[in-house]
Design a protein around this ligand. Structure first.
Ligand code: ADP
Ligand code: GLC
Length: 491
């Protein structure tokens, strides 16, 4: 077992530079945890327009990294972020591909050239390693945006520089499969062997970069043990269940961790008052401000306030909440949501907030400080997801003494356990089916427990004691990196 592996960590979003969801949180915090275990980790990501403001004193690495792609030779600039405390992070600059306001597209749809963008990024990440002379023991790739890399390492990059390199692919969400028309195959720059067939990157006549990652990686992981099982079934595999079941010898579920330097009520700079299990008065102050900020009735201060911070997408089950909104309000509660995404669902939430004025508050767009304030200021945090590979906000909520109410799926199932009044154990509320009646029954139970002050206090205390820091999961990654490298050495 090597304790000083060289790891090239390739991700399309990384906190604090660019974020659309949990992938960025993981890509910001896991490399730091690995570094603490003595690993030599380098992160590579695209230089989107939004990255510039967060990049402290970038150091140019090269002005002309050349990438040959689709018969053309393209070049990029590469920068390294200068910051003593952080893992070295390399940024691929190519204005025509990444100099855009968003990461992947507009609200109307994805950018038309995402295959070209992330294919270029994948090649450029490998070329950067060569340019800086960093010969990785393992390349750790994430989601479809980097799904080409495992295939590239079996093709033209297999020899010389990367001959001793293994590759791990982590699935953060099966719902995003990186599907592109077959006619774009030459834009992938795949050559050396034939990749476009059923046992390769071909998926119902198209290219799938997610499938590419799964098929060609030496090890595949996903972000919770339950999701690793679920994705091998028809219901959750979204068409790839067979491919995943075939890979099951090398498929692992490792629960994401939390960076408690960022998500911690004792030191969070986004909330006006800090608090801890020993002194909870700050939580009430944060709730009061949240009510004011979102235009909710002052009287809600002593009533259950439900919160949600989420991408607005069918995955997240907000439509289930909408179905029971009148009943939720009839229980004399408040509801505050921060999210953006699906326009129809957004409109329906706005309509509900007009109907129940003063009891439903809405924040739109991407607003990190408000996300922290809702997670800290609400009493109950709802995540009724249809599926949830891991989910991070339930783990954040626990640390803030905000009780998660979740559907028993994926990582939610692995981190939230029903509170039991008899034994005083458990950290939240959990229901089984994506069914409005079940959700409502669970909400009713939570509201009733909220009124039982003694048990509620116990529940909050249990929640705040939970520890989902990265240690255990980082050790598992290191174990699997090593196992994967050893297997490769045998052949
Ligand atoms: P997913 O990656 O599926 O969106 P996760 O629970 O893993 O779900 O991670 C979501 C992350 O994105 C959390 O850090 C959450 O706080 C953040 N987030 C989601 N929506 C917003 C928003 N509108 N504004 C700010 N942060 C958001
Ligand atoms: C995805 C999943 C989410 C997970 C996150 C980070 O976006 O939807 O459940 O927590 O990735 O792994």
């Amino acid at each position: 077992m090597k304790s000083n592996l060289k790891i090239l960590f390739v991700s399309s979003e990384v906190v604090p530079f660019a974020k659309s969801g949990g992938l960025a949180d993981v890509s910001g915090s896991l490399p730091m945890a690995l570094q603490e275990y003595g690993m030599d980790v380098r992160v590579v990501m695209p230089l989107y327009s939004s990255v510039r403001k967060n990049m402290l004193k970038p150091d140019p690495v090269t002005d002309a990294l050349s990438v040959s792609l689709g018969g053309e030779s393209l070049s990029a600039k590469v920068f390294e972020a200068k910051s003593q405390k952080r893992v070295p992070t390399y940024f691929i600059e190519r204005e025509d591909l990444f100099g855009r306001p968003n990461l992947y597209g507009y609200s109307a749809g994805d950018y038309y050239d995402n295959l070209e963008r992330f294919s270029f990024f994948s090649h450029a990440a490998l070329r950067t390693a060569q340019e800086i002379g960093f010969k990785p023991d393992i390349i750790h790739c994430h989601d479809w945006q980097t799904g080409l890399i495992p295939a590239l390492l079996k093709g033209s990059y297999a020899v010389d520089f990367f001959s001793g390199t293994s590759v791990m692919f982590t699935i953060h969400n099966m719902g995003y499969q990186g599907i592109f028309p077959a006619e774009k195959l030459d834009k992938t720059g795949l050559n050396g062997i034939d990749f476009f067939h059923q046992e390769g990157i071909e998926y119902w006549g198209n290219i799938s970069l997610l499938k590419s990652g799964i098929i060609y990686a030496d090890a595949v992981t996903t972000v919770s043990p339950t999701y690793a099982q679920e994705i091998q079934t028809d219901e959750f595999g979204l068409g790839m269940e067979g491919i995943l079941a075939n890979k099951k010898e090398n498929l692992y579920g490792i629960l994401n961790g939390v960076d408690y330097n960022i998500w911690n009520p004792e030191k969070d700079k986004n909330i006006s008052r800090n608090y801890s299990p020993d002194n909870m008065s700050g939580k009430k102050a944060v709730k009061k401000e949240l009510l004011e900020k979102t235009g909710l009735d002052k009287s809600l201060i002593d009533k259950p306030l439900f919160g949600m911070v989420t991408r607005i997408d069918k995955q997240k089950g907000i439509d289930l909440v909408l179905e029971v909104m009148d009943e939720l309000m009839a229980l004399d509660t408040g509801f505050v949501l921060l999210g953006s995404g699906d326009k129809h669902i957004e409109d329906a939430v706005i309509a509900a907030s007009k109907k129940h004025s003063g009891k439903i508050g809405i924040g739109t767009g991407f607003n990190d400080p408000l996300a922290h304030q809702i997670i800290a200021g609400s009493d109950i945090f709802m995540i009724p997801s249809r599926y949830e590979p891991c989910g991070l906000t339930q783990m954040y909520a626990l640390k803030y003494g905000t009780i998660p109410l979740v559907r028993a799926t994926g990582g939610l199932n692995d981190t939230v356990f029903n509170y039991d009044k008899e034994t005083g154990t458990g950290n939240g509320f959990k229901f089984d089916s994506a069914d409005p009646d079940e959700l409502l029954a669970c909400i009713t139970q939570a509201v009733s427990l909220y009124k039982d002050k003694r048990n509620w206090k116990q529940l909050i205390s249990n929640a705040m004691k939970e520890d989902f820091s990265w240690n255990r999961s980082a050790e598992k990654y290191i174990e699997i990196y090593n196992g994967t490298i050893e297997k490769k050495d045998l052949y």
